[in-house]
Design a protein around this ligand. Sequence first.
Ligand code: SF4
Length: 497
Amino acid sequence: MGVVALSEIVLTAEYSLMSDYRGSEFLGFAACAPKIVPDWLYRLVVCPPVPRHNGVVKYAPGGTRKIEAALLEKGFDVVVAHPDQLNKVIDNETKVLGITSNDPLGIGPASSTFSSLMGKETYSAIFFRKLITNPIIKDNGLKTIVGGPGAWQLADDSVRKQLEIDCVVVGEGERTAVKVFEKALKGETLPGIVEGEVVPVEEIPSIKHATINGIVEIARGCGRGCEFCVPTLRYFRCRPIDKILEEVKVNLDAGLDRILLHAEDVLRYGAKSIIPDEAKVLKLFEEVKKVTGWGAYISHFAFASAMAKPELIKQLKELMEVPSRKIPWIAGQVGIETGSPRLIEKNMRGKVAPFKPEQWPEVVIEAHKLLHDNCWVPCSTLIMGLPGEKPEDVVKTIELVEELKEYKSLIVPLFFVPLGVLSEARRFTVNDMMPEHWKLLAACVKHDLKWIDELAKDEFRSFVHRIMLEKVFIGFIKRGLKPYLRAMEQGLNPLQM
Ligand code: SF4
């Protein structure tokens, strides 16, 4: 890479998004972690920065790359830079700074849970504030446009004013954000907040440069319609295989040896209904395998899809020849959310389709058996404090977690955050926790501690990373949690003891 030509538009993201988390899907949760170790240690062990040259990053978040591609296709001049090195790419030619953020205020479901429990601000919020208050923005009179999955956190006028953000784009950006950038370059007044138009699948641009961890979007939206989920996931669209392969090649050409296929439910790629279309999914993975030589990692899937087509789980394992040194297991994020059929019926009937709400605990257990037998590892979320949740609902979730203890997996309990249809509901906090919630938290901690060593052994095969993460970081977490666990198991708040 030679000297970088300075551009009118610079894109960046908060520091915690500009890391590959050492290639670990599980460590990615650390982006939402509260600040419990000094910045330098967090950066060194968990969240090293992506490679960059003269401020320009080699790899960037998938969402940033999509906006970059949309801007490039419209003929704009744009670079994607590391937030610590904006001074290397910004000068008086630069007019606009676009920022991607997952969690600008640290109030997303994962971050608000961890920060509330630990009483500390999250790294994501700290890094976003550091970025948005960087004096280089004012010194150069830049317009700031913020987007990304956490943009909803900046909907409040007073927050935007306080942080001096010119415009926030909530939702999809390839159509709407590009128009906003255009306005900013013309010096026009920007709307404080704008909702991104849903982009038709044929208009979703292909990335021009590599993404962190080789993330490639295969489908957008979900369509299961859980009431607590962001509305932007309502419309489900799948990208054609040739476009997906184009992005896989961009990443491989940039030197990446891992590809991660992203969708809210990878198993529903190409499906015309809620039931997976096995042939479409297998065809996609076969084509990707021809290019990568081994297959691909995946981001998310759904237990209901796995159980609707259990053979597909086995077929994907066989196709990718798992377990291997390259891919010891197929890991993906997935939602259990609750063990209470009553709450499923009330808030998320679509999540369990084609099964019925009363079948949900059984579906989750059977899915874990199926996945365990086929070298899949779910990293699941649970929601505490859904509107109308009663102690008996939480007890059902505890019982479900206990049924899962023999299956290699991680379970992450999260506080309910009012979003989507439930945006008017009350945010759940540590002060709202009933004794049953503490017991549920204890059950999840015990489950995760049981599996974390084995997962870390497979995940971090380099000796140095193993020592740093297994012995230092995980050891630190284990030692830190032990004294609290006994109190939680008794339904007590350990923070008040
Ligand atoms: S299944 Fe997941 S992504 Fe889809 S609507 Fe429900 S919570 Fe959202």
